[in-house]
Design a protein around this ligand. Structure first.
Ligand SMILES: NC(=O)c1ccc[n+]([C@@H]2O[C@H](COP(=O)([O-])OP(=O)(O)OC[C@H]3O[C@@H](n4cnc5c(N)ncnc54)[C@H](OP(=O)(O)O)[C@@H]3O)[C@@H](O)[C@H]2O)c1
Length: 285
């Protein structure tokens, strides 16, 4: 039986991983920040050497994209140094690392589907910190999978889906950005993909970066309309342009990732984003 550590256990993805744990024959250990702070290199090393995990799934991250513009040090401590600490401890303890990164490593200026080896150019502190984390992992170990994902939501934690549901209940109408294009990803689907990776023997042969989101394409406006409709609400939603809703962090205009590599390598079938959104909203009801 494989022994797997999940860090950042109280977040969206960590919580979805916990939902899958009962149904699997994997010995999971779920660590929240109190149990294991990934910015503490000595604790991370001690924990991994003590427990002999086969795999670490790093769900811990600093994810407050706008706040990060003012909290650069804390953001890098978690997303870059934290990732480095885990990778170094994994290398020392012969543990495979599954890490999660973001489409925000790209600048979104290309109109094409983003491939794993496309040029990176983050526009925000958050994106830069996640890229630094990716690079630190690749420098520290040769036994890792980095999964870049986008627009993550879940029935756990706070996210765009829950914000739209709340605002639809509170406001007469909403204005949502229609000129940023990407793909929503249900964290339960990403957790399902990670659970698919865990039993694979010789994962090391697949070391590298992979793109994983749900299938399809949407603007934030399309996403909001679908959330409202699946919830059976009727609040009017108006499309606006990015300049009409300025935020501290700049986001990529177009960041639809190509999932060809992940599908071909692991034979994993990825759900369409609206189908997964319907499932999530059903669960929230
Ligand atoms: N959310 C998105 O839209 C999105 C998009 C693309 C990629 N991603 C990536 O997907 C992954 C999962 O994101 P998520 O949405 O599940 O994140 P999340 O809900 O914000 O959860 C992150 C978790 O990390 C924990 N954490 C923070 N600092 C820590 C530390 N120093 N040591 C240990 N744990 C720490 C947090 O604990 P506290 O609750 O105590 O702070 C929180 O439980 C992340 O790598 C993120 O960068 C997310």
């Amino acid at each position: 039986m494989k022994k797997v550590l999940v860090t950042g256990a109280n977040g969206q993805l960590g919580s979805e991983m916990a939902c899958l744990a009962q149904a699997s024959d994997v010995a999971f250990v779920f660590a929240n920040r109190q149990l294991l702070d990934i910015t503490d290199a000595a604790s991370v090393q001690r924990f991994l050497l003590q427990h002999h995990f086969d795999i670490v799934v790093n769900c811990a991250a600093y994810t407050a994209v706008d706040k990060a513009e003012l909290e650069q040090t804390e953001c890098f401590a978690i997303n870059a140094i934290g990732a480095k600490n885990l990778a170094e401890a994994c290398a020392l303890s012969n543990t495979f690392l599954i890490h999660v990164s973001t489409d925000f490593v790209f600048d979104g200026t290309s109109p094409l589907l983003l491939n794993e080896d496309d040029e990176v150019h983050p526009l925000s502190v958050y994106g830069a910190s996640k890229l630094a984390g990716e690079r630190a992992i690749a420098a520290a170990t040769n036994a890792y999978i980095i999964i870049r994902t986008s627009w993550l939501y879940s029935s756990f934690g706070s996210n765009f889906v829950k914000t739209i549901l709340r605002l639809c209940a509170e406001k007469q109408s909403l204005s949502i950005i229609a000129d940023q294009i990407g793909t929503p990803t249900y964290a339960a689907d990403l957790a399902g993909f990670i659970a698919h990776l865990i039993p694979i023997d010789h994962l090391q042969q697949h070391t590298g970066v992979y793109h994983f989101s749900n299938e399809g394409v949407a603007s934030w406006y399309d996403f909001a309309i679908s959330i409202r409709d699946f919830a059976g609400l009727e609040t009017p939603i108006l499309p606006i342009e990015t300049y009409q809703y300025p935020t501290p962090a700049t986001r990529p205009r177009f960041s639809v990732m190509n999932k060809k590599k992940v599908k071909e390598t692991f034979g994993f079938s990825i759900p369409y984003w609206r189908d997964s959104l319907a499932n999530c909203i059903q669960k929230l009801k």
